[in-house]
Design a protein around this ligand. Structure first.
Ligand code: ATP
Ligand code: MG
Length: 659
C-alpha cells in the first residue's frame, strides 16, 4: 500500500500517535500522502471509511481526491467516506443539527448576489461599492468568529461602521428567511459544537480521523472547527505549504501553522523535500523566486527529473496579440508533440483576462474548459430555475419566492407583492405563508390574490412529487409547466434565448443524471446544489485547454503551463503594490510557476488598456526574480519559422535525452 511513497511520505502516512503536520513545498506529494493515508487507514488499520473525513479546498480537488482514493482501495467501497470542502462538511453538520440553531433542516443557502440584495434592502440603498464593502466587512467578521455585538468596537472607517450597524439586522433577515450565507456554514457548526457538547460528541464519534489539504489557507473559523472535531486526541493530519498561502484577503491566516504547534505541543512535523512534479529548471526558478520572501520555515526542494527546457518569456504588443500568440502556440505545439488539449493550462491573475483568451481559442478552434470564472450557476437563467428548487425546499425563502413568482411573469405586479410583503412583515411570517392567510384578502384584489394562491398551489403540487419521484422527471415537468422556454424566446433575442435554453436543458439533464446516480428524489438532489454552485460544474473527461485564475489553479498540475499578463500592475496587482502586499502576490506567482510539469511559458504585454485608456506597462518584477539562468527570451521579431525551428530542436534534444 505505502510502497509508492518515499520514506518521509510513508512516515507521515503511517503516523497515528497524535496530530501530524506535513509542511513541504509544491509538488512534493502532500496530497499524495493524504490519499495513501486514507487507503492505509482502511486497508491496513481496518478503519471504517465512514469514520474518515478528508477536507479539500475546492469541489474540484475533492472530486480528484475521491478518484485517486478509489483507485487505491483494492475493492473497498468508498461510498461512506467523507471527502469534501470545509463548507460542504459544514452544510452536513448544520442540516443534521439545524434545530440547535433555530433552523429547519431544509434551510436555503444564499449566494453573493442574494446577499447584496438583502444588504441593499436593509441599508435603504447605497452605491454598489459601499454595498460590496459592507458585505466584505460582515463576511470578514464572520470568518473571524466575531458576533454583531463586538463588531461595532472594531469598525475603523465609514463603511465598516455602516456594516457594524447593519450586521444585527442582516442576521435577523437571514434567519427570517430560514437562510444562511457561506460564512455561516463554518461559523454555525462552531457555534453548535461550543454550545452543545452532546452534538460535538456525536460528530467526534462519527469522524474519527481527519485529513486536511492546503492547510495554510484555512481561516480562523475553519481552524476552530477542525480543533473542535479533532478534540483532545488530535486525530488528524494536516498538510500545507506556507509559500502557497494566497487567501489572506479572504481571512486565511498562515499564523494557523504556528498556532497548530502551540495548541498541540505533541504535533509531529514532517518535511518533504523531493519534488515529483516539475523539471529542475522550473523548480530552480520557483525556488529562486520565493527566496525573495521572508521565510517562515526553511525548505529545500529538489527533483530527479532532468533539467528540461528553459522557461520562455515572451513579450507581446497587446493583450489581443498575446491571446492570439498563446492560442497559435498551443495549436502548433499540440500538433508537433501529439499531446492532448488537456495537457495545457492558461493561468492568469484576474477573471477579466479570460475573455480575450476565450475568443482567441475559439478562433483557433481549440476546445477549452474554464474554472474560477462566472460560475454556471450564477447565470440568470440557471438562478431562475434554482429559485424554484429553493422554494420547494424552503417555502420561507422570500428571495426565492419573489424571483420565482415573477419569472416567468404571471400578471403578478410589484403592487401585489408589496401588499403581500407588508402583510407578511407585520406578522413576521414568510410571503408564502402570508398568501394562505384569510386576512391578506383585504389588501389586494381577489383576482391578484387568486394568481398568487395559484402559484403557491403549483409549488405545493411540485413539492409533493419532488419528495417521491425521480429527480429528472419532476424537474423536466416543472420547467415545462412554467412555460420557461416560451418566456425566454419572447423576452430575449433568438440567439440569446437559444443559449439560455440550452443551459437550462443542460442543467436539468445534469440534475436528472445526478438523481439517477445517487437514486435520489428532486428534493434530495436540490439540497446539494447550493454548494456546487459555490464553485463550478465540472465536466469529466473533456479534452480541453484549462483556463483558470491563479487562485483556482492551486493543487493542480499540467504538463504545459502558460502564465499570461505577468506585468507590473496585474501580477503583482496594483492594489497589492499600493498596500505593500507584494509577498502574497509573489506566493501567487510561485503557485503559478509550480503548476508546470514540463514546460512553462510566461507572457507579458507592452501596452494594456486600464480604466478606459491604453497605457504602456512594464514586465513584472517577478520575471527577473526567477533568475536569468532559467529563462529564454526569444526575439519577438524573429520570423515564426525560426521560432518553430527552435521548438523542434528543443523537442529533438528532449527526445534524445529521454531515450
Ligand atoms: P501542491 O503543493 O501543488 O499541492 P503536493 O505537495 O500536494 O503539491 P502532489 O500533488 O501530491 O504534491 O504530488 C505532485 C505530483 O508528484 C503528483 O503527480 C504525484 O502523483 C507525484 N508524486 C508525489 N509523490 C510521489 C512518489 N513518492 N512517487 C511518485 N510520484 C509521486
Ligand atoms: Mg496538493
Amino acid at each position: 500500500m505505502l510502497s509508492k511513497l518515499n520514506a518521509p511520505q510513508r512516515e507521515a502516512a503511517k503516523y497515528l500517535d497524535g496530530p501530524c503536520l506535513v509542511l513541504a513545498g509544491a509538488g512534493s506529494g502532500k496530497t499524495r500522502v493524504i490519499t495513501h493515508k486514507i487507503a492505509h487507514l482502511v486497508i491496513t488499520c481496518g478503519m471504517e471509511p465512514r469514520n474518515i473525513a478528508a477536507i479539500t479546498f475546492t469541489n474540484k480537488a475533492a472530486k480528484e481526491m475521491q478518484e485517486r482514493v478509489a483507485q487505491l482501495m483494492q475493492g473497498h467501497s468508498i461510498k461512506a467516506l467523507t471527502v469534501c470542502t470545509f463548507h460542504a462538511l459544514g452544510v452536513r453538520i448544520v442540516r443534521q443539527e439545524a434545530k440547535l440553531v433555530g433552523l429547519k433542516p431544509q434551510f436555503s443557502i444564499l449566494d453573493s448576489s442574494d446577499i447584496m440584495q438583502i444588504i441593499a434592502e436593509i441599508s435603504g440603498g447605497a452605491d454598489k461599492a459601499t454595498l460590496k464593502g459592507i458585505q466584505w466587512a460582515i463576511s470578514g467578521w464572520k470568518n473571524a468568529l466575531i458576533p454583531p455585538q463586538e463588531a461595532e468596537k472594531l469598525a475603523s472607517d465609514e463603511i465598516t461602521a455602516a456594516a457594524a450597524k447593519l450586521y444585527p439586522a442582516y442576521e435577523k433577515t437571514l434567519r427570517a428567511y430560514q437562510a444562511v450565507d457561506f460564512d455561516d456554514l463554518i461559523r454555525l457548526p462552531v457555534e453548535i459544537f461550543e454550545n452543545h457538547p452532546e452534538a460535538l460528541e456525536r460528530w467526534q464519534n462519527k469522524l474519527r480521523y481527519l485529513l486536511v489539504d492546503e492547510y495554510q489557507d484555512t481561516n480562523r473559523a475553519q481552524y476552530k472547527l477542525l480543533r473542535l472535531l479533532a478534540g483532545v486526541r488530535g486525530a488528524f493530519t494536516a498538510v500545507g505549504d506556507d509559500d502557497q498561502a494566497i487567501y489572506a484577503w479572504r481571512g486565511a491566516d498562515v499564523e494557523n501553522l504556528n498556532l497548530l504547534q502551540s495548541d498541540y505541543p505533541k504535533l509531529k512535523v514532517i518535511k518533504l523535500e523531493q519534488n515529483y512534479r516539475s523539471t529542475n529548471r522550473i523548480l530552480t526558478a520557483a525556488n529562486t523566486l520565493i527566496a525573495n520572501n521572508t521565510k517562515l520555515f526553511e525548505k529545500t526542494l529538489w527533483s530527479e527529473h532532468g533539467m528540461g527546457d528553459p522557461i520562455r518569456v515572451v513579450m507581446q504588443r497587446s493583450p489581443e496579440a498575446e491571446a492570439d500568440w498563446v492560442a497559435a502556440r498551443i495549436s502548433a505545439h499540440r500538433f508537433e508533440f501529439k499531446t492532448h488539449y488537456r495537457d495545457y493550462a492558461i493561468l492568469y491573475r484576474g477573471n477579466h483576462q479570460a475573455r480575450l483568451i476565450e475568443q482567441a481559442l475559439r478562433n483557433h478552434k481549440i476546445s477549452y474548459v474554464i474554472s474560477g470564472g462566472q460560475s454556471f450557476f450564477d447565470r440568470p437563467e440557471i438562478k431562475d430555475i434554482t429559485c424554484y428548487l429553493r422554494l420547494l425546499l424552503n417555502s420561507d425563502d422570500d428571495l426565492a419566492f419573489i424571483r420565482a413568482i415573477t419569472t416567468p411573469k404571471r400578471g403578478i405586479g410589484a403592487a401585489t407583492l408589496e401588499a403581500l410583503g407588508n402583510y407578511a412583515g407585520a406578522r413576521h411570517i414568510s410571503l408564502f405563508a402570508a398568501a394562505h392567510e384569510e386576512g391578506v384578502a383585504q389588501h389586494m384584489s381577489s383576482r391578484h390574490l387568486e394568481s398568487v394562491r395559484e402559484f403557491c398551489a403549483f409549488i405545493n403540487r411540485i413539492e409533493y412529487r419532488a419528495n417521491r419521484e425521480p429527480a429528472g422527471q419532476v424537474i423536466h415537468d416543472m420547467i415545462r409547466a412554467i412555460g420557461y422556454e416560451t418566456w425566454l424566446f419572447e423576452n430575449c433575442d433568438t440567439r440569446e434565448a437559444e443559449t439560455k435554453w440550452s443551459n437550462v436543458t443542460d442543467f436539468s439533464g445534469w440534475i436528472s443524471r445526478k438523481g439517477e446516480e445517487d437514486g435520489k428524489t428532486l428534493i434530495e438532489t436540490a439540497q446539494t446544489i447550493a454548494l456546487i454552485s459555490m464553485l463550478d460544474k465540472e465536466d469529466d473527461d473533456f479534452d480541453g485547454v484549462q483556463l483558470a485564475t491563479l487562485h483556482a489553479s492551486k493543487g493542480l498540475e499540467w504538463p504545459h503551463v502558460f502564465l499570461i499578463g505577468v506585468e507590473e500592475g496585474l501580477l503583482p496587482h496594483q492594489s497589492s503594490i499600493d498596500n505593500d502586499q507584494i509577498e502574497e502576490e509573489r506566493r501567487l506567482m510561485y503557485v503559478g510557476v509550480t503548476r508546470a510539469q514540463r514546460s512553462l511559458t510566461i507572457t507579458a504585454c507592452e501596452k494594456r488598456k486600464a480604466a478606459g485608456e491604453v497605457r504602456t506597462v512594464e514586465a513584472s518584477r517577478f520575471i527577473d526574480e526567477l533568475g536569468e539562468g532559467s529563462l529564454h527570451r526569444p526575439d519577438r521579431n524573429a520570423p515564426a519559422s525560426r521560432e518553430d525551428a527552435q521548438a523542434r530542436l528543443a523537442a529533438l534534444r528532449e527526445m534524445l535525452g529521454r531515450s
